[in-house]
Design a protein around this ligand. Sequence first.
Ligand SMILES: Cc1cc2nc3c(=O)[nH]c(=O)nc-3n(C[C@H](O)[C@H](O)[C@H](O)COP(=O)(O)OP(=O)(O)OC[C@H]3O[C@@H](n4cnc5c(N)ncnc54)[C@H](O)[C@@H]3O)c2cc1C
Length: 371
Amino acid sequence: MKRLVIVLCFASGLGICAGWVGAQPPGHGKGHSGNLLMDLRDVLIVGAGPSGLATAIAATKADLSYLILEKGALVNSLLHYPKHMVFFTTPELMEIGGLPFVSPNDKPSRMEALNYYRRAADAYHLDIVFDERVLRIERETIEPAVGPVFAIESRSKLGVRRVSHARTAVVATGAYDVANMMGVPGEDLPHVSHYYTEPHPFYRKNVAIVGGKNSAAEAALDLYRAGARVTIVHRGLAFGDSIKYWVKPDIENRVAEGSIAAKFNTSVVEITPTAVVVDSAAGREEIPADGVFLLTGYRSDPELLRNSRIEMDPATCGPVHDPQTFETNVPGLFVVGAVVAGTQSGRIFIENGRFHGEVAIKGVLAHVRRA
Ligand SMILES: Cc1cc2nc3c(=O)[nH]c(=O)nc-3n(C[C@H](O)[C@H](O)[C@H](O)COP(=O)(O)OP(=O)(O)OC[C@H]3O[C@@H](n4cnc5c(N)ncnc54)[C@H](O)[C@@H]3O)c2cc1C
């Protein structure tokens, strides 16, 4: 059981704050004196996506004390993917902690993946605090005898601020929370979204989808099959090559037969409450739209990284880190999973990001042993 303690955080300069204690597995108490160090863990992990969970499993196997702080639900990004989505990856490439992902399908559905990661979290008794957003990770020395530790400032869904302490920290915050903005007027209107979930609300309605990659193609097909009138707007000359091999002929044939309208080599200039205004070689045009999905990709959120004094790579807008160890410029502070890629979110998948944690935990061990 976790207990919430209220302590005075003089060292972190945060005034009165709250922290979690008692969440470590038995036998992990470090025996430090003083309230401030009651919650000191070997590693604090930010984010309960596949990479954060794999990191926690690696920490468990290395007999390290840890805690995961997650701003939403378990595998929160996957939870918010399109409801009927099917992964392009075969199940075994999504496995963590050596636990078999059994599915009757070549490609698992989102529901199967949610179920699998719940089972994995239970199998390893992973210690996770949900609805707790990490705001800042600050390296500080609370007690000279203990050496530098991290103060991790977080805020719960109810607005309660807490500070947890750990010798090291691993940021596994993914790359799904910040959408690539188009910067056109009307992008913030209520019927405009950067995230597609399900088709039913758009039955017999006009929907405009902006984008030419997999998410745009899949959303267009899903909406069309649920009775929406769909127009795809894409600035490229054709659909992207990265579209799933079983989706590409489907979308191309629907466009060829006229079931789904597609405007290539076309740019959005404005979104109004009833239309998307576009420019192409044919001139300016208004496409009627009751709903608009801007499916132009996502990137990692730089705010926590910047607040934690992690240097950012201007080329990728991702965190500067050692690719061999995943350690950042802040000693003892690691980044794993999709967050490392910055704007190049198509570089890291569950398939490869799930192995980052094991590597980072080796670095964590080195810090903890030194302390
Ligand atoms: C539509 C879609 C389909 C995809 N299909 C595939 C596929 O078929 N195969 C594949 O391998 N990959 C696929 N990917 C990519 C894959 O989902 C990601 O690479 C993977 O989820 C990255 O895992 P992660 O743990 O690094 O990040 P995420 O899964 O994004 O997890 C990050 C977690 O951190 C939490 N978090 C963020 N900020 C904070 C904070 N400040 N404090 C606390 N918690 C925080 C988030 O809520 C989230 O739970 C797909 C991606 C998308 C968008």
